[in-house]
Write a protein that binds this ligand. Structure first.
Ligand code: M6R
Length: 622
C-alpha cells in the first residue's frame, strides 16, 4: 500500500526522500510525489505517475527541489485513478491540473489508508467554500485540517486532533504547515508510521527499511497519536493534545538485511534465507533443548484451559493457519478453526474465554487481521499474535506475542516469513501437546530434534533449484495450473498456487485432491499442468489416484514427494524429491520447490518478480 516518507534537518531533503521512497517500492504503488520547502518559502510539489524513476527524472534526482524539510509518497490508488492530479502530496489550496509547482497553500500532506466518511466531510468543506481538484480522500483530509486550523486559529497539533475525531477509517498522515518552516506533523490510526531521529535530523516512514541507512533510533508512534517532528527532536501528543512519551527503540537488524546482497531479486534472496529464518525462529523458542515461551506470557495453566483455537489471517499467513490446524489438532488434540480475517471480522462466531484466537501476520499491520484481533478481544477471547515485524500494531495490541525471526522481508510474495511462521506454529503445537499430556517428554524431545534438522534439509531442497528452473522454462506459456493434495498437502498446495499466480499471473487453483471430481475436473484438458503434493504417507495413494484421473483426461503431472518414493515415477511425468522428515513438518520442505517454480516462471515471463502488479506487501486498507 502507499508509502510515506519525511525528512527535516540540515541536508537537502529531496534526494533523501527519493532514496527512502525507493526502499518502500516493495509496498506497491502507481504514482509518486514530493513536497519540499526551503525555509519560509512555500512548499514546492512535484508528482509523477508510474515508477519512481519518473519522479526522480522530473526533479533531476531531487536536485531541482531545494530545501531541507519535505514529505514524499508512493500512492497505491484507492479513491481516484492513478493520475498525476490524484498523486500525493495534496495541498489545502487550489492546484493546477498537473498538481505540481509552487503551491499557494497553508497545509500540504501525504496519507496512507482510507478515509471512509470522506464524502460527508467533503460536503461539509464544500459548504464552507472549499473546492477540490482531485478525486482523493486525502485532499479532503488535508483541507479539513486547514479548515480547523483557520477557523479556530489553533496550532497544527490541535487542528489535527480535531480532524482525527471527525475522520472514520485508517490513516497515517504527514503534514507540513506554511507557518512552521522546518517541522512536519504526523498522525496515525491503524496505518503504520515510524519516526527516526538522529542528532540534528528527523525522518518519517511507513516502514523501517526506508530510513535504516540514516538512523537506527526509531519511535513507533502510537495509535491515535500526533507527532511534532523538528530536526533531531520529536514530541508526541494524545487526542486531547496532551504530551505523551513514546519510547525510542533501537533497530538491531542490519541495513544489509534489506538489500539484495548479490541476488537478482529479493524473492530469490529470501527463498535462500529460509534455513536461517527457521533456525533463528527455533533458537528463539527453544532454549537448552526445552520449549521456552515465557516471553509470550502464555502460561501452562492458560494452555490447559484452552477449549478452542481460532486461527485468523490473510493470504499466505492464512495458509500457515491451514497447515497449523492439522498439526495442532493431531498433536495437541485441540479443535482448530481457520478463518480469513476479512470474513471473521464480520461473522458472529461464538467465542468465549476458553477460545484462543491466534492472529498470524508477517507485517503485523494487515488491516483485516488487525480488525479481527480487535473483534476477538472485544468478545473476550485471549489473543496470541504470531508476527514478524517487531513493534507492529498487531504485536502491540495482542495479549501475547510470539515473534518469528525472519528479518525484513521485502519481496511482495512471502517466503521466509511463511517458513518462519510454520515452525513457530509447529513449536506451539508441540508445546501444547506436552502441557496437555498428549505427548511425553521424550516424544517432545524427539520432535524438537527433528525440527532442528529442518534448516539443513531445506538447504538440500534448495540445491535442486536448477531442475525447477529448467521445468519452469518449459511451462512459461501454460494457462492453468492445479495444485492438489490432501490433509497437510492441501495446505501446502494452497501456498504453492498463490506463489504461482501472484507473481507469474498464470491462473492457478489449489484443490483438496478428493474434491476435484466434484466439478473442477471439467477444466482439465490436454496438457493442463497438475501438481500433486504427496508427502503424507496415508494419503499418498489416494492423491496419486486423483492425479491419474486428471492424467487420463490429458493432464501433465508433476509430483512432489519424499526421497525414496520412486514408484511415483510410474504415474507422474516429472518428480521432485524432498528429504524425509516427520510428516507434521513436511510443509517446510515441500513449499520450497513450489516457491522456486513460481519464482522462475515469473522470471521466464519477464515479470516484475518482487513487485507484482496490483499487489502491495502490507495491505493496510480493508
Ligand atoms: O503481513 P501479513 O502476513 O498479514 O500479510 C498477509 C497477506 O497479505 C500476505 O501473506 C500475502 O498473501 C502475500 N503477498 C502472499 O505472498
Amino acid at each position: 500500500m502507499c508509502g510515506i516518507v519525511g525528512y527535516t534537518g540540515h541536508r537537502q531533503a529531496a534526494p533523501i526522500l527519493l532514496d527512502s521512497l525507493s526502499r518502500l517500492e516493495y509496498r506497491g504503488y502507481d504514482s509518486a510525489g514530493l513536497a519540499v520547502r526551503n525555509g519560509t518559502a512555500l512548499a514546492e510539489v512535484v508528482k509523477a505517475t508510474g515508477k519512481l524513476y519518473h519522479l526522480a527524472d522530473k526533479t533531476d534526482q531531487g536536485r531541482a527541489l531545494a530545501g531541507c524539510c519535505g514529505i514524499g509518497h508512493t500512492r497505491w490508488a484507492t479513491h481516484g485513478d492513478p493520475s498525476v492530479v490524484n498523486a500525493h502530496p495534496h495541498v489545502s489550496g487550489n492546484c493546477s491540473g498537473s498538481g505540481s509547482g509552487t503551491v499557494e497553500s497553508d497545509v500540504a500532506g501525504v496519507h496512507n489508508g482510507i478515509i471512509e466518511n470522506y464524502t460527508e466531510l467533503k460536503e461539509k468543506l464544500l459548504r464552507h467554500g472549499y473546492t477540490f481538484y482531485s478525486d482523493t480522500d486525502t485532499e479532503v483530509a488535508v483541507k479539513l485540517v486547514d479548515y480547523y486550523y483557520k477557523k479556530y486559529k489553533i496550532g497544527p497539533v490541535d487542528a489535527i486532533t480535531r480532524c482525527m475525531v471527525r475522520i472514520r477509517g485508517s490513516y497515517a498522515l504527514a503534514l507540513m504547515f506554511k507557518d512552521y518552516p522546518d517541522e512536519i506533523f504526523a498522525a496515525r490510526k491503524d496505518s503504520p508510521l515510524i519516526i527516526g531521529v538522529d542528532e540534528k535530523e528527523s525522518y518519517l516512514a511507513s516502514d523501517v527499511p526506508a530510513i535504516l541507512k540514516y538512523t537506527r533510533q526509531v519511535h513507533y508512534i502510537g495509535n491515535l497519536q500526533v507527532a511534532r517532528v523538528a530536526p533531531g527532536k520529536v514530541t508526541f501528543f494524545d487526542l486531547n493534545g496532551d504530551e505523551v512519551s513514546v519510547p525510542l527503540t533501537e533497530i538491531t537488524w542490519d541495513a544489509e538485511a534489506a538489500e539484495k546482497g548479490g541476488y537478482e531479486h529479493f524473492m530469490l534472496k529470501e527463498i535462500h534465507e529460509q534455513p536461517q529464518a527457521v533456525r533463528d525462529t527455533l533458537n528463539s523458542l527453544v532454549k537448552d533443548g526445552q520449549i521456552d515461551l515465557t516471553e509470550t506470557g502464555l502460561t501452562d495453566e492458560m494452555i490447559r484451559e484452552i477449549g478452542q483455537i481460532d486461527i485468523v489471517a490473510c493470504g499466505s499467513a492464512w495458509h500457515v493457519g491451514m497447515a497449523a490446524q492439522y498439526v495442532i489438532e493431531d498433536l495437541a488434540g485441540i479443535p482448530v478453526r481457520v478463518e480469513l480475517a476479512s470474513e471473521f471480522r464480520y461473522r458472529n462466531i461464538p467465542i468465549d474465554r476458553k477460545t484462543l484466537v491466534i492472529i498470524i501476520s508477517q507485517s503485523g499491520e494487515t488491516a483485516d487481521s488487525l480488525a479481527a484481533l480487535r473483534v476477538a478481544k472485544e468478545r473476550g477471547a485471549a489473543t496470541l499474535a504470531i508476527v514478524n515485524v517487531i513493534g507492529s500494531t498487531i504485536a502491540r495490541e495482542a495479549d501475547h506475542v510470539l515473534y518469528t525471526m525472519a528479518g525484513p522481508e521485502i519481496a511482495v510474495a512471502t517466503t521466509k516469513a511463511y517458513s518462519a511462521q510454520l515452525v513457530a506454529a509447529d513449536i506451539l503445537a508441540i508445546h501444547m501437546a506436552g502441557i496437555r499430556e498428549k505427548m511425553t517428554a521424550d516424544q517432545v524431545r524427539e520432535m524438537l530434534g527433528e525440527l532442528a534438522t529442518l534448516p539443513d534439509k531445506m538447504r538440500r531442497v534448495l540445491e535442486e533449484k536448477e531442475r525447477l528452473q529448467w521445468f519452469s522454462s518449459k511451462m512459461a506459456n501454460t494457462h492453468d495450473i492445479f495444485f492438489i493434495g490432501r490433509g497437510l498437502d492441501y495446505a501446502i498446495s494452497l501456498e504453492g498456487s498463490l506463489k504461482m499466480k501472484e507473481i507469474s499471473y498464470i491462473h492457478s487453483e489449489a484443490y483438496a485432491a478428493g474434491e476435484l471430481k466434484h466439478g473442477t475436473i471439467s477444466l482439465i484438458e490436454n496438457n493442463t499442468l497438475v501438481i500433486g503434493v504427496l508427502t503424507q504417507k496415508e494419503l499418498y495413494e489416494k492423491t496419486v489416484s486423483n492425479m491419474m484421473e486428471c492424467k487420463s483426461r490429458g493432464a501433465y503431472l508433476l509430483g512432489i514427494t519424499t526421497n525414496g518414493n520412486f514408484s511415483v515415477e510410474d504415474s507422474v511425468n516429472f518428480t521432485v524429491y524432498i528429504p524425509k522428515t516427520d510428516q507434521h513438518f513436511m510443509a517446510s520442505l515441500a513449499v520450497i520447490p513450489l516457491q522456486l517454480l513460481g519464482y522462475y516462471t515469473s522470471v521466464n515471463r519477464g515479470l516484475d518478480v518482487d513487485k507484482p502488479r496490483n499487489l502491495a506487501k502490507s495491505v493496510t486498507v480493508e
